[in-house]
Design a protein around this ligand. Structure first.
Ligand code: BG6
Length: 292
């Protein structure tokens, strides 16, 4: 299908009625719904759907740079480019669990740098993204980035995931206890997490380092728990702009910070380096359950 700006989108559906929508602009997941047709990802009411901007919500992909750590535009250019559908990508190494492509609905996208991209980032790459909706309604994103150049390059990466929550002050994140983090609100200074679980009462913009491969977001009011499982992605970004920052983000409503939380599976602290011909894989699996 196409949206009102003429951008192609793919809709994935599973037999139980869950669905996901992926835009070819940015390779960005714009919607993920459970079998009761409830939206699980946040999208701003003020989102700008006109390219080249990335939509404020869903899962924009940050590549080859995270934030402003480098000379490129914020979060790199992948989220601002048009991807293509790839009908026959090279085979994926199989994963033992639910993300196996049998019976799942999936789509394969491909991004290669344009001549203009090569002027700002002179490294030829092939970025393959598989978005997969399993029979259980799990959403899996598998990114494969290959160096097709004759010299090495390094990059950072994040699945900038905007979860929809009912009230941020009732949300708790588990799995980050005792970890070190870089605080973007404090010149990326390094701190150690002291609390049991993370709760929210002001702006948060952190990169948790070397987290375990599962992190959970509990939404008490909605009685819903998101579980984020990841591979190849050591870091976790946690972001909520809170009241003051929300007012300066033009494509974000003043009160919308209450309904979202970004928890990104990422690789930021130690950039990945690929030699010519090498490929990197980074995978995230999102699931949601009703909590008691
Ligand atoms: C977060 C960063 O991941 O993304 C924040 O840590 C940033 O610093 C936020 O403000 C949103 O970025 P953008 O470019 O989508 O407005």
């Amino acid at each position: 299908t196409k949206d009102k700006n003429g951008i192609s989108q793919a809709i994935l559906r599973n037999p139980r009625g869950a669905s996901a929508r992926v835009s070819l602009h940015g390779g960005q997941v714009l919607s993920w719904k459970n079998e009761r047709d409830e939206e699980l990802l946040f999208t701003s009411n003020k989102a700008n759907f006109k390219p080249p901007a990335a939509v404020r919500g869903g899962i924009p992909i940050c590549f080859p740079q995270f934030g402003n750590r480098g000379s490129l535009e914020q979060h790199g250019f992948a989220r601002n480019r048009t991807w293509i559908i790839e009908d026959n990508p090279p085979p994926l190494q199989s994963f033992a669990d639910s993300s196996s492509s049998d019976k799942a609905a999936f789509i394969d996208l491909l991004l290669k740098p344009s001549d203009d991209d090569l002027k700002i980032w002179p490294h030829s790459f092939e970025f393959r993204l598989r978005v997969l909706l399993s029979v259980d309604g799990y959403l899996t994103l598998i990114s494969r980035i290959r160096n097709v150049n004759c010299k090495p390059f390094s990059f950072s990466f994040a699945y900038h995931t905007y979860f929809s929550v009912s009230d941020i002050s009732e949300v708790r994140v588990e799995g980050l206890e005792t970890l070190d983090y870089l605080d973007n609100l404090c010149n990326r200074e390094r701190f150690t997490e002291q609390g049991d679980a993370l709760t929210f009462e002001s702006e948060v913009d952190r990169v948790y380092l070397s987290s375990s491969d599962a992190v959970a977001v509990f939404d008490h009011e909605k009685k819903r728990t998101f579980v984020i499982k990841k591979e190849g992605l050591p870091d976790i970004v946690v972001w909520n702009p809170w009241e003051k920052k929300s007012r300066v983000i033009t494509d974000f409503g003043d009160e919308e910070y209450k309904q979202m939380l970004c928890v990104d599976a990422a690789n930021i602290e130690k950039p990945i380096t690929l030699k010519p011909g090498e490929e990197w894989t980074g995978r995230v699996e999102l699931s949601v359950t009703a909590s008691i």
